[in-house]
Ligand binder design. Structure first.
Ligand SMILES: O=P(O)(O)OC[C@H](O)CO
Length: 372
C-alpha cells in the first residue's frame, strides 16, 4: 500500500495522558466486534493492568482482541501478566523477539503505536503501556475517525500476519476477523497514514524533508530524541535562513536517556547560528513526537532520529487541516511557554564539561548509527 491522502476524516487532538488514556480505554470498553492494538512498550504496572482489564472484559463480551507487542519493548511484561491476557482470551503476538539473528535483525523494532476499534476509530501517538505515561512523561495522541482508519488497520493486519511476528504460546485462535468499513464524514479533513520500515522504506523521512523544504511560514518540531540526520539538519538550517520560523521543542534536564540529549546538543550551535530557535521543556520529560509545517501536521511514533529512521517500523498520522493546525499551534505555544529558550550567545559560552559530554555521546551516536 502506498500512502495516500484520504478525505472525510475527523481528527481529535488529545494532549496529555489525562485526555488520551480515558478516550482510548472508553473506546475499547465500547467495542462490539474487534480491537487491534500494536505497541512498542508494554511493561507490568498500573497502566498495563488497566489496559489488560479492559481487553479481558472485551473478550468476555465476545469482542475479538488482538495485541501485537514488540518483542524487545514488551520484555518487561511479566509471565503472569501474559498468562492473564491469554487466559482472558486475548490473541497475543510478538514482533521479532530477540534471538540468535544478525545484529541488524535484533535492532529492528516495531516502534508503532496503534489502537483500532471496530474499524471505526483509531488512535496513534507516542504512547505505550508503561507507568511513565500516567504522569511522569508528557505525551500526546490523536483520535482518528473516517477513511484513514482503514490504513491504520491495514498496517496492523499486515504485520500480524508477517513471518516476523511470533504467537505467544497458548494464544487463542489468531485468525483476524473481517474488517469493518469506517464512516465517511462530509465535513471531514484530509489525512494520510505514513509508515516507515527502517532504511529500506523511509517514507516518513521523505515526507518530512519535503515539508521542511517547502514550508513558507513555520516549521515547528517536537521530538524527545533529537539526533537528526545531516540531511534534516541542513534542511532545517536552510528553512530558517530563508525566513521560515523554525522552532524545535526538545526535552530539558528531565530525560530518560540524558546521553541522547547530549548527542543532540552537539548540533545546537550550528542550528542556532542559522536562526533555528530551540526550546527545552521544563515541567517533565517530553516524549511526544509531532510536527507542524504551515498547515500540515504529523503525529505518531517517529522521533526523526537516526535510530528510528534506520531500524524501526514507524507510523505517523499526517493531517492537512487549518483547524487542526490551529490546535497544534496552540499546543506548541503552551509548551514553548513552559520551556527555556536556548540563547545563542550563552550556548556558545557553555562550559567545557558540557562540550565533553556532547563529544563523547556524539561519538557513541556516530558508532551506533553505523551498525548494520
Ligand atoms: O522509543 P520511544 O520513543 O517510544 O520511547 C521509549 C523510550 O525510549 C524508552 O526508554
Amino acid at each position: 500500500m502506498s500512502p495516500m491522502w484520504r478525505d472525510g476524516n475527523r481528527f481529535t487532538l488529545l494532549p496529555e495522558a489525562a485526555r488520551f488514556l480515558p478516550a482510548m480505554l472508553e473506546a475499547i470498553e465500547g467495542a462490539r466486534h474487534y480491537v487491534l492494538i500494536e505497541l512498542y512498550l508494554m511493561e507490568s504496572g498500573e497502566l498495563a493492568d488497566r489496559l489488560s482489564r479492559v481487553l479481558i472484559d472485551a473478550c468476555a463480551r465476545g469482542v475479538k482482541v488482538y495485541l501485537l507487542l514488540d518483542g524487545f519493548g514488551a520484555m518487561g511484561l511479566s509471565r503472569e501478566d501474559r498468562t492473564r491476557l491469554l487466559e482472558g482470551g486475548v490473541a497475543l503476538r510478538f514482533f521479532n523477539p530477540l534471538g540468535l539473528h544478525s545484529l541488524a535483525r535484533n535492532l529492528s523494532r516495531d516502534h508503532r503505536k496503534i489502537v483500532v476499534v471496530d474499524g471505526q476509530v483509531a488512535f496513534t501517538g507516542g504512547f505505550g503501556a508503561v507507568d511513565e505515561f500516567l504522569e511522569a512523561w508528557y505525551e500526546i495522541a490523536v483520535r482518528v475517525e473516517g477513511p484513514a482508519v482503514t490504513d491504520w488497520e491495514a498496517l496492523f493486519r499486515r504485520l500480524w500476519r508477517s513471518k516476523l511476528t511470533r504467537r505467544a504460546r497458548q494464544s487463542p485462535n489468531q485468525a483476524l476477523v473481517p474488517r469493518r468499513a469506517p464512516a465517511d464524514f462530509a465535513d471531514g479533513a484530509l489525512g494520510r497514514v505514513m509508515p516507515a520500515r527502517g532504511y529500506r522504506y523511509q517514507a516518513i523521512r521523505h515526507s518530512l524533508h519535503e515539508r521542511v523544504g517547502s514550508a513558507e511560514t513555520r516549521l515547528w518540531l517536537c521530538t524527545p530524541y533529537f539526533v537528526p540526520t545531516f540531511a534534516l539538519r541542513r534542511r532545517l538550517a536552510r528553512a530558517a535562513r530563508r525566513g521560515v520560523d523554525v522552532r524545535l521543542l526538545l526535552p530539558g534536564q528531565k530525560h530518560d536517556h540524558p546521553g541522547v540529549r547530549y548527542a543532540g546538543q552537539r548540533f545546537y550551535q550550528a542550528l542556532l547560528k542559522s536562526g533555528v530557535r530551540i526550546f527545552e521543556f521544563n515541567p517533565t520529560f517530553i516524549h511526544a513526537k509531532f510536527v507542524l509545517a504551515d498547515e500540515w501536521v504529523s503525529i505518531g511514533s517517529c522521533n526523526f532520529d537516526h535510530w528510528n529512521l534506520h531500524y524501526n517500523l514507524e507510523a505517523n498520522q499526517e493531517i492537512e487541516s487549518p483547524a487542526m493546525a490551529c490546535e497544534v499551534q496552540a499546543l506548541f505555544e503552551r509548551n514553548f511557554a513552559e520551556s527555556s529558550e536556548v540563547d545563542a550567545a550563552r550556548w556558545a559560552a557553555r562550559p567545557w564539561h558540557q562540550r565533553v559530554k556532547e563529544w563523547l555521546y556524539g561519538l557513541l551516536d556516530a558508532v551506533v548509527t553505523r551498525l548494520k
